[in-house]
Ligand binder design. Structure first.
Ligand SMILES: Cc1ncc(COP(=O)(O)O)c(C=O)c1O
Length: 436
């Protein structure tokens, strides 16, 4: 869809486009009135109020924390809340086996170790994710193999997965980025064909679903984060869902500094568990609000040329919308660069960001692969081959086009969504002047 010089784009690209664009917006039904002047050009802001703050809490959370404090039992060894949280999170997600951990990064590390990833192994990851996904692989002294991103969905492109496998791959880590869901039929089919465990990174996807099943239960292990920004939060925290009790047992030992495996201390505290139990009572309703608002926002934004809200695969029965993600095409906005578009949105009172940079070419990763340790683990011929095949062109492009809003903007009213859409329309309607 991008790169086609259609009539709208031609209009937006011409300096005299201002008035014509407004008429264009009317004609295509993108708005019911001529958009006002953008705030960046001195017009009124599309939104004056701040969006809902995050996290949400009341006396329930206060009581939960005080109960732990007064009990004097602050860790899982002598408390009851971590165990209760594991039971409740299992019931919420439909998982048989749950292990709470101190954060999402440790959840990934524990899961990779529990499914058998060792130093010198290789692990499939996407290049479009938070750096922790890749760091967990590197902390396991394994080699991350990057599979390009599907720009329509922002998820790992499952059609490129099988070709990326090597004999040394010991885990596949699909990341349900932004709360949207990877094509899990394809991922699990390829994994089982090759006998490779799947470790889902569901750190951004609490309550997302694939064919009616909650994510995190679709692979051998599913990792969650409860860090401050997440849809379910205790400031910090994590959990892993397991299919198999024996794998959960190995993971428990690993996270509990057991003598049987060389792991560490990755335990969740009783304070965090009690907070999570209280927060969990709010999770389903918040998820429903986010989905309804996001869907409504999509119906409005998809009418604006150059704004492409993220698509979902057919099996997705719930998108958790940790992020509201879309692609922005400057070509439909008179060449307005993304940075200026984001600035114009901020001026309207709509906070948005440009998202991630490509992880597969991150300087620190490339340096690490040159290190003494990595050169001992992997022959130079393998590292050379890795460098030669480490290309994710779709992801590189996506990183220049992405625009995100965070989940808290979706927790309000439909009128909030209308203000967001109005901000986009204003900028589109005056793109020629803004980019001049
Ligand atoms: C996709 C993804 N993976 C892993 C993590 C790591 O989680 P944490 O920050 O709890 O360690 C995060 C979040 O921060 C994330 O977004």
């Amino acid at each position: 869809m991008f790169g086609i010089l259609n009539r709208r784009r031609f209009l937006a690209a011409t300096p005299a486009a201002g008035a014509l664009m407004q008429v264009g917006a009317l004609a295509q039904g993108a708005g019911t009135k001529i958009p006002e002047k953008p705030a960046l050009m001195g017009g009124p802001k599309a939104r004056k109020d701040r969006f809902d703050s995050w996290p949400k809490f009341d006396l329930t959370e206060e009581k939960a924390l005080l109960d732990v404090l007064r009990s004097g039992h602050w860790y899982r060894g002598n408390g009851q809340f971590v165990r209760k949280f594991e039971e409740a999170f299992g019931a919420l997600t439909g998982a048989g086996q749950v292990l709470a951990t101190c954060n999402g990064t440790s959840a990934l590390g524990v899961a990779l170790a529990a499914v058998g990833v060792e130093a010198g192994d290789e692990v499939i990851v996407p290049p479009y994710t938070f750096v922790a996904t890749v760091n967990a692989v590197l902390r396991a002294n394994a080699l991350p193999i990057f599979v390009d991103t599907d720009p329509e969905t922002f998820q790992m492109d499952h059609t490129k997965l099988e070709a990326a496998l090597t004999p040394a791959v010991r885990a596949i880590v699909p990341v349900h980025l932004g709360g949207n869901v990877c094509e899990m039929d394809a991922v699990t089919a390829i994994a089982s064909k090759h006998g490779i465990p799947v470790v889902e990174d569901a750190c951004q996807a609490h309550l997302a679903e694939w064919r009616g099943r909650r994510v995190g239960t679709l692979g051998d292990a599913g990792c969650f984060s409860f860090q401050a920004s997440k849809n379910l939060s205790a400031g910090e925290g994590g959990a892993v869902l397991f299919r198999d009790a024996a794998v959960r047992e190995r993971a428990f030992a690993y996270h509990n500094n057991s003598y049987t495996v060389s792991g560490g201390n990755y335990r969740l505290t009783e304070f965090q568990a009690s907070l999570l139990l209280a927060q969990m009572a709010r999770a389903e309703l918040q998820a429903k609000t986010r989905s309804e608002n996001a869907r409504y926002l999509t119906t409005m934004l998809k009418e604006i040329p150059g704004i492409l809200p993220t698509a979902e695969y057919g099996g997705t029965t719930n998108n958790a919308y940790h992020l509201y993600m879309l692609r922005y095409s400057p070509g439909e906005f008179a060449g307005l660069p993304r940075a200026k578009f984001l600035k114009a949105l901020a001026a309207e009172g709509i906070p948005a960001s440009g998202g991630y940079a490509p992880l597969n070419t991150e300087a620190s990763l490339l340096r690490l692969l040159e290190s003494r340790g990595y050169r001992r683990l992997f022959p130079e011929s393998r590292l050379k081959q890795w460098r030669e095949s480490n290309h994710c062109p779709e992801n590189d492009r996506l990183c220049t086009q992405a625009v995100w809003m965070t989940q808290n903007v979706l927790l309000g009213q439909r009128s909030d969504m209308e203000q967001i859409a109005e901000a986009f329309r204003k900028i589109h309607g005056h793109a020629g002047a803004l980019s001049a």
